[in-house]
Design a protein. Structure first.
Length: 264
């Protein structure tokens, strides 16, 4: 029987490439997105069904998931929809802050809630989320986004313990950076200019060690098919290096090293 994956945020970047990769490998893909016009090319692929879903709309999540589960036996859910924001903490508006949390936190939460009974009943399956290195390590200009991603990561890690007794796996994909148009550029806000040059080494798309969306999709596919009891997967070498250093050095030593890397 064909395996089926449900993906949010499939219109571009990691979600787009993940949809293509799973379909190429013989999976049925329910590719959801806010604007289905952006999914016209995906809809032409065998085994891909493009579905409208705005994860900031709780009622729409309920309707879409119920409809999908009535038609398909979902094996994997990938919470990939995200709203990026990179700015000093004093800058974002209330509207921007709410948008980040509505998409990255509450969207993931409500999608998970709708699928959990299905997975518990069948006592198998995988629930995944694309989080961020900012969910593990505090990064400058990532205060709002990092707060949302830490909430998302914490949610998924709690869910791991809740669902493991039912035979359901929970996994998080952790990009350190991906060469997509997802995040806004660094804002050269007055009073913070001196930090920009050094930060660009790690925090801009130009870093050659950042994964492409295609490479990130490969990591997601591996996580969905490796049958490992592994919770966290770094999708690129920037993430893996900083992640390893963070835990090997200990927080106090790491923060001093990282500060000097970014500001000196």
């Amino acid at each position: 029987m064909m395996n089926t994956i449900f993906i949010t945020g499939s219109s571009s970047g990691i979600g787009y490439e993940t949809t293509k990769l799973f379909a190429k490998n013989g999976w049925k893909v329910i590719a959801t997105m806010r604007n289905t016009a952006k999914g016209e090319e995906l809809a032409k692929l065998p085994n891909v069904e493009v579905v409208k879903l705005d994860v900031s709309n709780h009622d729409e999540i309920r309707r879409v998931v119920a409809d999908v589960l009535a038609k398909h036996d979902i094996d994997v859910v990938l919470n990939n929809a995200g709203y990026g924001l990179m700015a000093p903490l004093e800058v974002p508006t209330e509207e921007q802050i709410h948008k980040v949390f509505e998409t990255d936190v509450f969207g993931t939460l409500y999608v998970n809630q709708e699928f959990i009974p299905h997975f518990k009943k069948h006592r198998k399956g995988i629930i995944m989320a694309t989080t961020s290195l900012a969910a593990i390590i505090g990064l400058p200009r990532d205060g709002v986004y990092g707060a949302a991603k830490r909430a998302q990561q914490g949610m998924m890690e709690s869910l791991y313990y809740e669902l493991r007794p039912f035979g359901v796996a929970v996994k998080t994909m952790i990009p350190g950076g991906t060469k997509t148009n997802f995040q806004t550029p660094l804002n050269d806000t007055t009073g913070y200019e001196e930090a920009n040059a050094r930060q660009q080494e790690y925090l801009r798309d130009g870093n050659p060690e950042f994964a492409t969306a295609e490479e990130a999709a490969q990591t997601i596919y591996r996580a969905a098919t490796d049958d490992k009891d592994q919770l966290r997967y770094c999708t690129d070498s920037v993430c893996q290096k900083l992640y390893n250093q963070y835990y090997e050095m200990g927080y106090e030593k790491f923060k001093q090293w990282f500060y000097e890397k970014l500001f000196k």
